[in-house]
Design a protein around this ligand. Structure first.
Ligand code: SAH
Length: 199
C-alpha cells in the first residue's frame, strides 16, 4: 500500500490513457497530479483505506487504481469495453486489485462508502457530469468529483438541494484534447474544480 502522495503521483504517471478517445463519451484521462490530489484528500479524510470505493466512468483506471493503491476496496463502472481492457492492463502493471464492471452509469445500484470520479463534462444533453452527480448522490454520502469551473454555482446549488455540503478542494488547469472544445490548438486548458461533497 502507498502512504505518500508523491509516491502515488509517481505510480499513477505509469497509467496508459485511451488509445483512440471517443468524443461522444468524453474520454480524457485525469492527469496524475490532479488524480493524486483528489485521492489524497479522500485518503486523509479516512474515505479510502478499508472503505468500499466506487468510480463512475472509470476510463483507463486512473482513479480506480489510485484508490486501490491507497488501500480501498474499489469497483469501477465503465461503459466502454476498450477502456476497460486498458484499465485491466494498467491494474496488472501497477499490481492493483480492482473490479471493473461494464455498465452504463444509469444501471449502477450498489451503495458504497465513497465515490471518486471524473465524469464526462461539456456533453450537451446526454450523460454529462450532472447525470453522474445525480447518480452519485443516490449511492454514497461522500463524493469526490471534478467539474468545470463554469458550472461552479450550479454544482454547489445542486449538491445543497440534495442535502450535501459542497467544498472545493482546489481549482486546476485540466488539459483537454482540442476536439472537446472545438479549438485549433492540440491541447486546450480547461479550468476545473476538485470537489468534496458530504452529508
Ligand atoms: N475516470 C477516468 C476517465 C474519465 S473520462 C479518469 O479519471 O481518467 C469519462 C469516462 O466516462 C470515459 O471513460 C467514458 O467512457 C465514461 N462514460 C461516459 N459515459 C458513460 C456512461 N453513460 N456510463 C458509464 N461510463 C461512461
Amino acid at each position: 500500500m502507498i502512504t505518500r502522495k508523491s509516491k502515488l503521483t509517481r505510480e499513477l504517471s505509469k497509467i496508459e490513457g485511451f488509445l483512440k478517445p471517443k468524443l461522444s463519451l468524453r474520454q480524457y484521462m485525469t492527469p496524475p497530479a490532479i488524480a493524486s490530489e483528489l485521492l489524497w484528500t479522500a485518503y486523509m479524510n479516512g474515505d479510502i483505506e478499508g472503505r468500499e470505493v466506487c468510480d463512475l466512468g472509470a476510463g483507463t483506471g486512473m482513479l480506480t487504481i489510485g484508490a486501490s493503491l491507497l488501500g480501498g476496496r474499489v469497483t469501477g463502472y465503465e461503459i466502454d469495453s476498450e477502456a476497460i481492457r486498458i484499465a485491466i492492463s494498467n491494474a496488472h502493471k501497477l499490481k492493483a486489485r480492482i473490479i471493473i464492471l461494464q455498465m452504463d452509469v444509469d444501471e449502477v445500484t450498489d451503495y458504497c462508502n465513497t465515490i471518486i470520479m471524473n465524469p464526462p463534462f461539456m456533453v450537451i444533453g446526454g450523460k454529462n457530469d450532472k447525470v453522474f452527480l445525480k447518480k452519485a448522490f443516490t449511492l454514497s454520502e461522500r463524493v469526490y468529483s471534478i467539474h468545470t469551473t463554469q458550472t461552479r454555482s450550479w454544482i454547489k446549488k445542486y449538491a445543497e438541494s440534495n442535502g450535501y455540503n459542497a467544498q472545493i478542494i482546489s481549482t486546476r488547469e485540466f488539459p483537454l484534447p482540442k476536439e472537446f472544445k472545438h479549438q485549433s490548438k492540440e491541447l486546450v486548458k480547461q479550468e476545473v474544480d476538485l470537489w468534496y461533497f458530504f452529508r
